[in-house]
Design a protein around this ligand. Sequence first.
Ligand SMILES: *Cc1c(COP(=O)(O)O)cnc(C)c1O
Length: 366
Amino acid sequence: MKIETIAIHAGTKITDTHRPAVQPITLSTTFEHHNDSVIYTRAANPNRLALENVLAKLEHGQEAAAFSSGNAAGMSVFQALPSGSHVIAPDDMYHGLRHLLVDVFKGVLSVDFVDMTHPEQVEKHVKENTKLIWLETPSNPLLKISDIRAICDIAKIKDIPVVCDNTFATPVFQNPLDLGASIVMHSTTKYLGGHSDILGGALVTKHTDELWSRIRLVQTSGGAVPSPFDCYMLTRSIKTFPYRMKGHERNAVEIARFLQNHKNVEKVYYPGLKDHQGHEIAASQMSGYGGMLSFLVKGDAAYADQVIGKLKYYTNATSLGGVESLIERRAAVEGPNTKTPQNLIRLSVGLENLEDLIEDMGQALS
Ligand SMILES: *Cc1c(COP(=O)(O)O)cnc(C)c1O
């Protein structure tokens, strides 16, 4: 099955004798004892099983585990590690997950944040007790690209699992498990949900190994699982997800070019642009460049805020991956200690008409 077919058919697990075309929502928390795996909804639920099935197939993995948020998915990986483990993570990791590693797992895990655009930096930081290499590519908000194959090759020598946050690229454009990663992580809140109305997370594993059974234990015992309704909503959203991604990318490519040629724009960060630092590696591991981009305006924070304020079709809000275009001055969201430039604007390109989006951006920048 190709991705469009998987998206539509792999998320259905009909058990109802009436055989509806769409899987109903099973709200029951408990199930009559018989020879099925579904007994109690924290451990398993028909809607979650259906969702996990489609997620596993989308990422070419053996199994998936669905969570109540992207952070809960990430946290389950950290919780599955033996205490005292050393973790290598990117220096521009999604700030919410970085916060977990630094503050919540303080005293439990030790972390080195390294520049993953240089794989030799990863190699340099591997220790005897390194139990996890965390990858995020393209990264947030600078769209930095890490070489998944090269980093996985380094990890393989020491048998260290690599977990890749694939939220920005999505399985439409990048399959880290095919490039050597052990586990893929998603905030399904973003592109997989796609409508800015579901909070969720997921992990997909290449092999059902020891780490995976620990993660399952954390998922079902810890209980940070999505509700049947959220599973239903997400499975429904996934049906149109491959087509949405094509639209996001088509619009993003054109807006990146428009911004690059605009006199009030200093720099555009989009891996699809030939002059992007990571373009060649991106081209070798991605089949498309996605719908996220950032740019620096020629001016200060106040000018960037003024541009955002003048836009009609872009909502000034955090998050990404919805059908509506979202825009924000990223440093304002990340707080006073951020390394993100004050004049950087991050854009999640939506599915509005391209000419409308370009015209609106043009009037706001002028
Ligand atoms: C949003 C996001 C997360 C966290 O997901 P939540 O669903 O908000 O908990 C993790 N990684 C990336 C890249 C994200 O964009």
